[in-house]
Write a protein of this length. Structure first.
Length: 213
């Protein structure tokens, strides 16, 4: 089984993907971590979000150390901002395309794969068995991200996170290459008034109902 989960920042798509992966024994890839790893690598090489060019960013994909994907270092707001910028670059997305598709197609000890990101159902895995699009009110998502960063020990203010998230939403939704949108056939879940259990239950019911048909 192949599942694609797309959605906006702090909408809950990653939490849903992890729970579905555990429930169905699926290999899980948070594709946003790929762009965050690239962003961290570029920042550590003294590149700035305001001046980073597409050629440099795309070339850096080839030698990227993906072991950073599971670290707290990629979960800062500075990394998220840079990641949003490089993720809008066509050459960068193209260089990550094969990696993501290979992850989904490789035969492993799992019963399939689930990928979450911004263009999984629309570009990376358009033939996925199940597609979800997760979203929530902007202020609710900003509040979630603020709590997440503060719990991680970072000193942030809600209004700054809100403005930064508004900018990222604009870049994600308006970019010419693979803009953030619900893929054809995707189940759309608004998580504004739902907790993680509610989102998981809705997604699980959708999968089980369609598997029985």
């Amino acid at each position: 089984m192949i599942i694609a989960v797309d959605g906006s920042a702090a909408s809950g798509k990653g939490t849903l993907a992890k729970r579905l992966a555990s429930h169905f024994n699926l290999a899980h890839l948070d594709t946003g971590s790929l762009y965050r790893c690239l962003a961290l690598d570029l920042l550590r090489s003294d590149h700035l979000p305001e001046t980073i060019d597409e050629t440099t960013a795309a070339a850096s994909v080839n030698d990227l150390d993906l072991s950073m994907a599971g670290t707290a270092a990629i979960r800062t707001d500075a990394v998220a901002g840079m990641a949003s910028i490089v993720a809008a670059m066509p050459a960068v997305r193209q260089n990550f395309l094969a990696f993501q598709r290979r992850f989904a197609s490789e035969k492993t000890s799992h019963d399939g794969a689930i990928l979450d990101g911004r263009d999984i159902g629309s570009v990376i895995l358009p033939d996925a068995d199940f597609k979800f699009f997760i979203d929530a009110d902007l202020e609710e998502r900003a509040a979630r991200r603020t709590r997440e960063l503060q719990d991680a020990g970072q000193s942030v203010m809600f209004r700054d996170v809100l403005e930064d998230m508004r900018d990222r939403d604009r870049r994600d939704r308006e970019r010419s290459t693979a803009p953030l949108k619900a893929a054809d056939g995707a189940m759309i879940i608004d998580t504004t008034g739902l907790n993680a259990d509610g989102v998981f239950t809705a997604a699980l019911r959708h999968i089980e109902n369609h598997r029985e048909q």
